[in-house]
Design a protein around this ligand. Structure first.
Ligand code: SF4
Length: 842
């Protein structure tokens, strides 16, 4: 894609920064020095995909190899997709804007079944044949990884190879095999890949269906059956993103994310992740501290999030959090633990978390009755629930999120009533001073997932799921409770893909053809289109979703060995029906799930004392006095697509990375003392933007500019730094307008200059009609020597006038034409005495 066509497209879409690339820590290599070009594709929007930790790991691991260039691409939003389609442009990577079809390997992350249609949409926009069988020698190899590949069958037709399990070592082995390949027959490479543990090559397995409609796979000679999941035995021995990409815009997780452990052996029987990622493997506390230090230094983030399936279960979590807080709190950096289990969140931990910012809590209670919690092996009691919530309220949290499921196996009317009863009683818990807390209750339909003890159970039929959710909504719509629910239609489609087989491939194509896209977003999900597609493809939904399956029925994912024995899952199913609990093996007795061989693979748990003994490095208190600086900066080129808040965030983090500590306001929600003079409209360039910053210590003035410019992305550049606040006062903004060549500026300019008044009507952002006399607010408008229009606008009280108003009102451009004119703010000058008198009469 040429720079011009990209500019044209970016000017026509919302949130253009999604497609800019060039973020801090993104890697752009010289294509001539690279052998393997690999695109990491995320089939959802940039805001979701950039938050995905797994993709960040692979990006960094692959890019460490000078022979490999790993780039990124995300699903385009509908407006971008339309803009590309209407111009006949292909989908390109963020780093080099290389068309996806020109990559050697295209690797999708499959985290969510409702992203499947986006995979097809991205392939189509890239001009790559959808089905693996239709691809030729010039097409990229399309591969996939992520938790959804544990049942690869519904999407197997679209991938040349699929990675099952931990990706860190497998992708390196696959890349090595590609580099060693003679670039002859693709089959040779696929055979080499199929010999790597964790790689499934669907074309080597032929599907047959018996008279009951059950799928059986026949492997080609020499390929493995079952396909074993790849497992990294020791997380401390594999790469980790020390320089994660800092996204533009507002990603869903806008913080440093640190995976402290993988795997959870609590044994919740509905939880697929709890089975897929066994055994528990903790990273060493000392290494985690080092990762946080490096990650913060390379990103400038103001939040650190500790990730794992159940963060509070990390042995030594109190010591680790205390050590992190001791280093982070003085620097106004918050630490959050997003996935906490009731029972693992202690008051001690809460005390630590609230030291900087009280990040929110979501507790998955799952079921209202103890009976049903025992069926699912949740291992929490009502006493635990009440105690945890009361502790949180006592320590100042005012809103708590609770999560429940409907449609769990053996659920009865009494279990649903128990949810209402439990939430009602929790609502009576009081905050300090007898105030009432807020409960945000979320309910979703249980989806039986592959490789869990509940994989044989039927999913709740749609009508019943709707009725149950409606019933809960009616009873839980009360003051102090906010009730939210997952659309049961969405859950049904998710359940279909989670337990389907290869016969669903035509359905995916059908749904994609009918316009299903971004199905994980409620505003885009269209159940009617899915119903039509299901009918057109002749799929029996009930066969795959609501039908209970026999324990000895062949399952579409039987050829995938995740390590947990099927016999263990069957045993767990029987224990569920008997409401018998199964313990956690983390520090106790092995429950015999089959994952560990105890020579190459076993739980990795670091003793509590290791975290308790962590060394803390706290910066000494400042000896230099604080200082205030006013900085002038340019915002040009691609940076004109940064919104105001994005620009503020980019500067805030640039200050941190540059080692310039910004002072914070006081109070409960301290904010960095960074004030921008003007919110420049999106798309305008500027050589005269100003920000005033309060620094905790005075640096040498001459050091500020180079230190910051090293940390700012292309297009943002500090050009002057003056100590002191400066004063904006009443001013004139000067602009340079680069009008289209076809437009003659001379005549409208002459008319404007001769006129006594130039009335303009426009709508305010709130839809009110505004009347402005442009002659009163335009200080000058003339043609410069370079043929560009020089425009001055007074910044005085009243509706602020922007250059687009002048382009439309004086030069007669439409809004779309005005938006395409390159406008640059060139200076901000104080009002002259005469101007002041004219504007203010004094
Ligand atoms: S094999 Fe035993 S120790 Fe290993 S994850 Fe399974 S239950 Fe735990």
């Amino acid at each position: 894609m040429t720079p011009d066509s990209l500019q044209d497209v970016l000017e026509s879409v919302e949130h253009p920064s999604r497609y800019l690339g060039g973020e801090i820590n993104s890697v752009r290599k010289d294509p001539a020095r690279v052998s393997l070009h690999l695109a990491l594709a995320f089939p959802d929007l940039y805001e979701i995909g950039t938050s995905h930790f797994g993709m960040q790991i692979l990006y960094e691991i692959l890019n460490r190899d000078p022979r490999i260039s790993a780039e990124r691409v995300f699903a385009p939003a509908p407006d971008m997709d339309q803009a590309l389609a209407s111009r006949g442009l292909p989908l390109v990577s963020l780093e080099s804007r290389r068309p996806l079809a020109d990559f050697d390997i295209l690797g999708f992350s499959l985290l969510y079944e409702l992203n499947y249609t986006n995979v097809l949409a991205m392939l189509e926009r890239a001009g790559i044949p959808l089905r693996a069988a239709a691809r030729g020698p010039r097409d990229p190899l399309v591969i996939a990884g992520g938790p959804c590949t544990c049942n690869p069958e519904p999407v197997a037709a679209f991938f040349d190879a699929m990675v099952i399990g931990d990706g860190e070592e497998v992708v390196v082995a696959m890349a090595e095999a590609w580099l060693a390949w003679d670039r002859g027959h693709r089959r040779d490479l696929l055979e080499a890949w199929s010999r790597i543990e964790g790689v499934y090559v669907p074309a080597f397995y032929e599907a047959h269906y018996d008279e009951q409609g059950f799928q059986h796979l026949i492997p080609a000679a020499g390929v493995p059956l079952p396909v074993r999941r790849a497992v990294v035995a020791d997380l401390d021995q594999v790469g980790f993103p020390e320089r994660p990409v800092v996204p533009f815009g507002r990603p869903v997780h806008d913080r440093l994310r640190l995976e402290i452990a993988r795997g959870c052996t609590r044994g919740c029987r509905f939880c697929q992740a709890g089975m897929l990622y066994r055994p528990v493997r903790q990273r060493a506390p000392g290494r985690l501290m080092e990762m946080v230090r490096r990650g913060l230094a390379s990103t400038g983030y103001e939040d650190v999030s500790l990730l794992s399936l159940s963060t509070g279960d990390y042995v030594g979590i109190n010591g680790l959090t205390a050590a992190l807080m001791a280093e982070c709190a003085p620097r106004h950096i918050a630490v959050s633990l997003p996935s906490l289990r009731i029972g693992s969140l202690t008051p001690e931990l809460m005390e630590q978390i609230r030291r900087v910012r009280k990040t929110g809590f979501t507790f998955a209670v799952e079921a209202g009755s103890q009976r049903l919690r025992d069926v699912i092996n949740k291992n929490i009691t009502e006493v635990d629930v009440f105690q945890t919530l009361q502790d949180a309220f006592d320590l100042g949290w005012q809103t708590i999120k609770l999560y429940f499921m409907i449609g769990l196996p053996t659920e009865s009317e009494a279990d649903l009533e128990a949810i209402v009863d439990l939430v009602g009683r929790l609502r009576r818990l009081k905050l300090p001073k007898k105030r009432r807390g807020q409960l945000n209750v979320s309910v979703a339909t249980f989806i039986p997932k592959a490789h869990t003890p509940f994989q044989w159970t039927g999913q709740e039929p749609l009508a019943a799921a709707r009725a149950k959710i409606d019933g809960l909504r009616r009873q839980l719509t009360r003051p102090g409770i906010q009730f939210k629910w997952q659309n049961p239609e969405v859950s049904l489609i998710e359940g279909l893909w989670a337990r389907g087989d290869r016969r669903l491939a035509p359905l995916l194509e059908e749904a994609w053809r009918r316009g299903c896209r971004l199905d994980g977003w409620s505003q885009f999900f269209r159940f009617d289109r899915w119903q039509e597609a299901v009918a057109a493809a002749g799929i029996d939904m009930d066969f795959f979703t609501t039908r209970p399956r026999d324990l000895d029925e062949p399952l579409p994912w039987d050829h995938v060995a995740i390590g947990v024995d099927k016999a263990f899952l069957q045993e767990e199913w029987h224990r569920a029906l008997a409401q018998t609990l199964t313990g956690d093996c983390r520090q106790g007795e092995c429950q015999g799930c089959g994952v560990c061989d105890f020579s190459t693979l076993a739980p990795v748990v670091h003793p509590e004392k290791e975290a308790a003994a962590l060394e803390v490095k706290v910066e000494p208190a400042p000896t230099e006095p604080p200082a205030v600086f006013r900085l002038r900066f340019h915002k040009v080129g691609a940076a004109r697509f940064f919104g105001h808040l994005e620009t503020a965030g980019i500067f805030q983090r640039a200050f941190r990375r540059a080692g310039l500590a910004v002072a914070h306001s006081g109070g409960f929600h301290p904010k960095p003392r960074l004030a921008f003079d003007d919110a420049l409209p999106l798309g305008l360039e500027s050589e005269a933007e100003f920000v005033t910053v309060h620094l905790e210590r005075r640096p040498k003035t001459a050091d500020i500019i180079p230190a910051l410019n090293r940390q700012l992305p292309e297009g943002l550049m500090v050009v002057a730094a003056l100590e002191g606040k400066g004063s904006s006062g009443a001013e004139v903004f000067q602009y340079r307008l680069d009008l289209p060549l076809a437009l003659s500026a001379a005549e409208p300019l002459a008319l404007f200059q001769q006129a006594d008044a130039w009335p303009l009507e426009r709508c305010s952002a709130k839809g009110r009609l505004q009347r402005i006399d442009l002659k009163q607010v335009v200080s000058q408008m003339a043609l410069g020597d370079d043929g560009k229009v020089i425009l001055g606008i007074y910044q005085v009280d009243g509706p602020s006038v922007r250059p687009t108003d002048v382009l439309k009102g004086v030069f007669g451009l439409t809004s779309e034409e005005a938006a395409r004119v390159r406008v640059c703010k060139t200076d901000v000058t104080p009002l002259s005495g005469m101007e002041r008198q004219r504007c203010f009469g004094n």
